[in-house]
Design a protein around this ligand. Sequence first.
Ligand SMILES: [Cu+2]
Length: 253
Amino acid sequence: MKLSNTLGLTVAATLVTFAVANNGGESTKPVTGTVTGTVMFEGEKKPEIKPLKISAEQSKGCCAEGDDMNTVDRSLVINDKGGIANVVVTLEAKGAKVEIPEKPFEFDQRNCRFEPHVTIVPAGSTVKFLNSDQVSHNIHTYAAKNDGENQTVAPGGDLMYKLEKAEAVKVACDIHPWMVGWVYVTDGTHWGLSGADGAFELKDVPPGDYRLTIWHEKLGRAKAEVSVGADGSSKPVAVKMGAKKKGGGRRRR
Ligand SMILES: [Cu+2]
């Protein structure tokens, strides 16, 4: 009898300890969720994107001897199922703090292409342009709200570029006209970039109702809303983007 009593007490005490530890963990880390979704192309016909036209003369020194230049045009990449790559998705959660990392965001130039094609940075960040090539590049940024940049970066060199205001900044190289990349500066608190299948995710989003800001360099903007429940759950967001309308409000047939 005595033995079973002791055993019972031990089990009960263990359960209490476990419950307290669990509660303690939850109170220090607030519940957040991961917003997921896909961006799909909407339209009868997927636009045809032609390879970049790059002459041997222009691309001299871009690649190792005998290697071919990558001529894939990344300005609009749609997979077989209609998923659109390189779409920027951001949201702003009130009260959420964005920490600007001390280490700058790296934006490389490799084999005469910008890597990555699109990078998302919070306003106030610094981007470090690198040059991993054996040839010089000329960083030329097209900014409306931020400072512009137009400087040559020698092989192995770099260039620091501070971005204070939210906007999509086009980055080009004047020496290699096919080189185009984007630095998307956001004043949102959470962001994600769609992958090759059009899927994106925004992590650590606190519960609430949000309007997503969606941007693609060729397709323009789209709208979507998402709710993150008190338990952190949310329904996947289905975003559709079509060819940009010309002439302002012209209807699609
Ligand atoms: Cu270049």
